[in-house]
Design a protein around this ligand. Structure first.
Ligand code: TXA
Ligand code: MG
Length: 337
């Protein structure tokens, strides 16, 4: 269920909380954000405390439109104007040179700031009513799965957040595409619903992935967006056989697949997430949360197809699996860090 608009009372409470330096969780079309007034460094510091996130990680500033972009960005590249025109409001975040007054706690001490104009009507309502920038990372504890429903936020951060606006399920379910402007070059730092091909159609060249000069993207840290159950990715055709082997001896195993099992497996909790990338991405974090709670010793994920519509999904799966990349697939428990 998607709930599109909040009541006036809810919005007023959220705006008041932001003005008071409190945190507000709110839905966006990608995932839920944990928001603070971006001009209140103490409030932004609270985000880090509540998430348990290292304090030198930058956060995205959310705006209701590009109209006050110059308050946050020193110099808006021409290519960014074109991309804003085409993709905002929407799931695109652009890292640009920061304006002098943008606080270091927002930028992680870097000379750049990440800006996004979300399209979710409730996020828009909040941003417009607040009238300023809202600094917001995803509303999860550091290193865990991003929340795509209000109850995920309640479960994980509950008491510490003054207001949680409930917009039902996020439409996309995966975090925004992030690009950075570095002189004349534009680089993709995190794949998302807006694909590299779509960006190239607007600006021509787009480099892929971080390089040594790139700004830091902690979301790019190897183990991230991870369930607590060790997770491994299995070649597509081998998923049934692997589920059978790993569950041998009565070990409980969770499977995230794109089809039904070929036969019933004892001790296996199987989710068929389907073959459509939009639906798969929309459900991904909820599915991983469900499997994570199923009391299994391992999550096996059927590898996803190649192709650009699966790029963001593949990226999140690889990160979620990274914490156990050293594990073998024989059914031996992984040694977790
Ligand atoms: O879809 C999204 O982007 C969601 C919603 C709430 O907008 N937000 C989100 O925020 O995913 P977060 O903090 O979980 O991920 C944002 C990523 C982080 O990896 C952060 O390091 C990076 O953006 N980032 C923020 N500012 C940056 C900067 N100035 N330079 C490089 N990376 C930056
Ligand atoms: Mg995050």
């Amino acid at each position: 269920m998607v709930r599109v608009r909040a009541s006036q009372v809810e919005i007023e409470a959220a705006v008041q909380a932001l003005r008071d330096g409190e945190l507000v969780a709110f839905p966006t079309e990608t995932v839920y954000g944990l928001g603070a007034n971006a001009q209140d460094p103490a409030a932004v510091r609270r985000i880090f405390e509540v998430k348990g996130r290292p304090s030198n990680h930058p956060v995205i500033v959310h705006l209701d439109s590009p109209r006050f972009l110059h308050r946050w960005v020193r110099e808006v590249p021409q290519a960014a104007m074109s991309l804003a025109e085409r993709f905002w409001p929407g799931p695109l975040t652009m890292v640009m040179p920061r304006a002098p007054n943008v606080h270091g706690v927002v930028t992680g001490g870097q000379d750049t700031v990440a800006i996004r104009v979300p399209s979710h009507p409730m996020a828009q309502q909040l941003l417009t009513a607040f009238g300023g920038g809202i600094a917001a990372p995803s509303a999860n504890r550091y290193g865990r799965l991003s929340p795509t429903r209000a109850e995920h936020v309640r479960e994980e951060l509950g008491e510490q957040v003054k207001v949680i606006l409930d917009g039902g399920e996020c439409q996309i379910g995966l975090e925004s595409t992030i690009i950075a402007f570095q002189g004349q070059r534009v680089r993709l730092l995190r794949p998302g619903a807006i694909t590299a091909a779509q960006i190239r159609q607007v600006i021509g060249e787009l480099l892929i992935g971080a390089d040594l000069e790139s700004p830091r993207v902690p979301g790019g840290a190897a183990a991230h967006y991870a369930p607590t159950t060790p997770m491994i990715i299995v070649p597509s055709g081998e998923i049934d056989a692997r589920a059978e082997t790993v569950s041998g001896g009565g070990r409980r195993v969770a499977v995230l697949a794109q089809r039904l099992p070929l036969r019933a497996h004892k001790y296996v909790t199987w989710i068929n997430a389907g073959r459509r990338p939009e639906q798969y991405g929309h459900d991904l974090y909820t599915n991983l949360r469900t499997l994570d709670k199923a009391g299994c010793q391992r999550i096996l994920v059927q590898d996803v197809p190649d192709g650009e519509s699966w790029t963001a999904i593949r990226d999140r799966l690889l990160r979620a699996a990274a914490s156990v990349s050293a594990a073998d697939d024989s059914g031996t428990m992984a040694v977790l860090p």
